[in-house]
Design a protein around this ligand. Structure first.
Ligand code: ADP
Ligand code: MG
Length: 230
């Protein structure tokens, strides 16, 4: 039996008169890539943005491993650029978590860069150097930095929201590899994509939303592209 990681319970969200999510409830398990699908505007990003604290949760609950979820242990890779200009690669990776490199009020940049370079090497992203300005890299390489930033600390849930559309095949393969690694560690990927063949190939479970309403949760191996288009 698979163990539940996240319970989405009666989650609703309105933007003015727009009902983006209407009383949505379903479960997401540990050790799975769980896809969220549905037409544009069906509420996928609203859901994951509330889970990661980008939007406030108004009604309903997210229960993570049996407890009310806060943002801890949850990370997100967004479609847009998710790294900050004017900072180095290492500063981007450890943004908000620099404390570990501060001693007696002084940031040990050498130690931070060393750790970041070790991480980049462990991912096989050796071409990216920790001490360089993030602005020296193109969109694709900055996405690789985001992948490291979102996964290095072994989070319980990693959200991948429409990231693959912006990537080349090579970048996609890198992302899939890391998604599998998260799953193989017993953690969870929430995977949002428009690409149905990709969804069927890379996910274990699929939840379908339509106009903010929960439709169904199915096993990827039990459905075809045609089933999902209905
Ligand atoms: P999806 O990610 O499935 O394409 P979204 O969650 O982005 O859908 O959007 C769901 C609905 O909520 C849409 O009608 C969208 O216009 C609306 N919406 C999303 N974010 C905002 C926002 N920040 N302000 C106002 N409306 C929003
Ligand atoms: Mg979206």
């Amino acid at each position: 039996m698979s163990e539940v990681r996240l319970q989405v319970k009666h989650v609703s969200k309105n933007f003015g008169i727009t009902k983006a999510l209407k009383d949505v409830s379903f479960n997401i398990n540990k050790g799975e890539v769980h896809a969220l699908i549905g037409e544009n505007g069906s509420g996928k990003s609203t859901m994951t943005n509330m889970l990661t604290g980008i939007y406030t949760l108004e009604s309903g609950q997210f229960i993570l491993d049996g407890k009310e979820a806060n943002e801890e242990g949850i990370s997100i890779i967004v479609q847009e650029l998710g790294t900050l200009s004017g900072l180095t690669v290492a500063e981007n990776i450890f943004l908000g978590h620099e404390d570990q490199f501060v001693h007696l009020g002084i940031k040990n940049t050498a130690a931070m860069n060393k750790k970041a370079n070790e991480l980049l090497q462990s991912y096989g992203f050796d071409k990216i150097k920790a001490g360089d300005m993030i602005d020296d890299y193109n969109f694709e390489d900055r996405k690789l930095v985001e992948i490291v930033k979102a996964t290095y600390f072994n989070p319980k849930i990693v959200v991948v929201d429409e990231t693959t559309t912006a990537l080349s095949q090579e970048g996609r393969e890198e992302l899939y590899k890391q998604m599998n690694r998260v799953r193989d560690n017993g953690n969870t990927v929430i995977f949002i994509s428009h690409d149905l063949p990709e969804i069927l190939d890379k996910s274990d479970t699929i939840t379908i939303l339509r106009d903010g309403v929960y439709i169904d949760t199915v096993k990827s191996k039990d459905v075809t592209e045609d089933d999902l288009k209905k």
